[in-house]
Design a protein around this ligand. Sequence first.
Ligand SMILES: [Zn+2]
Length: 530
Amino acid sequence: MSPSSARRRALGAAALAATAALLLGAVTTGSAAAATGRDAAVARARANVARHADLFGYGPGQQLVLKDVVLDPDGTQHVRFDRDYQGLPVVGGDLVVHQDARGRLADSSRAAGHDPAVPTTRPAVPAQRGAAEALRQAPGISGAVSTPELVVWAADGTARLAWRTTVSGTGKQGQPAGRVVVTDATTGAAIDSYDAEHSATGTGHSEYTGDVALATTQQADGGYALIDPVRGHTTRDAHNLSANSVKAGSGTLYTDADDVWGDGRKFSTDRATAAVDAHANTAWTYDYYKNTFGRSGIKNDGKGATVFVHVGTDWDNAQWSDACFCMMTGDGNGGTDPEQVDLDTMGHEMTHGVTSATANLRYSGESGGLNESTSDIFGTMVEWYANNAVDKGDYLFSDQSTPPWLRRFDRPSLDGGSADCWSKKVARLDVHYSSGVGNHWFYLVSEGSGAKTVNGVAYDSPTCNGSTVTGIGNQKAAAIWYRALTVYMTSTTDYKGARAASLNAARDLYGAGSAEYAAVGAAWSAVSVS
Ligand SMILES: [Zn+2]
């Protein structure tokens, strides 16, 4: 099946530079009216904090980081902020601005809020010492990784620079477990230590992958939230806000009383069902990168992203946005395509974040095709990694949410628009079609040319130069591509540059005289990149 005509439409609203979408011609609809009231409240709140700086302890070097907005039925507004100082989170710096319906300051709430103005450069104690202390204080956690973060500790006594280290791993019952240890970054002394929220394991009835375990967090009221305490990502309902309007704190966090989520149906009326897939599949993507390449999250800093489901109205698409450090997925077009939350789609979108944090391939021309291809490649590798009985590893893209598939790797032109072979014309194609050359290369280097059935799916991959290519398996191919992306490619890399980058990567990993190195070159030649 080829993409629908709606998708084939040329990019009307061209993708923003920092936004990379799944499909062509993202049509964004939905009401922005709700956002206006909220945005107005936030703007007034920022002005109120600046005007009443003494009341809020607001001073030079501080930034307000929006956390939440509550609008009462009578119009009263409560705008919650966290606070940064010189770019560092201030623990104990949070505040709430209470305003009347017209945005006039009514009251304020403020955490301990000791003046956060401390010297923030060059902590005397290195991160490793904070991390070592954290591991020492979390003995019950196995397979632990520690993620130190520099913060301003202002929750008691005098504000000071501190390492807040999160130790994440597996507890005694195999559940996700974590502990946070705060140490003084000047003296090394322990300041605080507590369980990293209350890790829980929920059950999700998913749309595409059967019943799945969900990493959730138990909250103070005993209920559960789709906050992954290990990987740090949170899943929110965008309430059909359009993709252009979604910001970091938009919509609402998913919460649930019994930690059993969704009903396992496509086009479900239970809004948590799509969230189950999105939350679980983001975890699979995180784990794929972590366990395959040692990469901790999109920016390799251990931080999770926000995942928004139910974005837009009839929005049959998904995308990554650097601006909100978030993924967004739509509900399909109301016809045959349900929510865009399957394994390879979530892997695809999160990979846009990884690309952005590494080679940052410019999202147009050949580099744009390589950007899209990279997302297709690792999206499909997440499927292989998850090894799910329902959604099996394949060389088809979006095969669950856009059945039977949206794009395919063995012969990309079967979608009606993608290029199988490089030519000068490729640079002028939409990035979702110029990606075909990279996807075709990936199939050839993984599985080789010709007819082959893999996991029950029949493929037949031609070569552009009449050669026969022998594959090296997709694990090695992906390892080569990951190293090429993170070590050698740059924002302007084109297909010729990708050949050089992946050969460098193959040489590093397997040697210049290896069969792997030869296969990489042969597969590029087979897609007319020499
Ligand atoms: Zn994409």
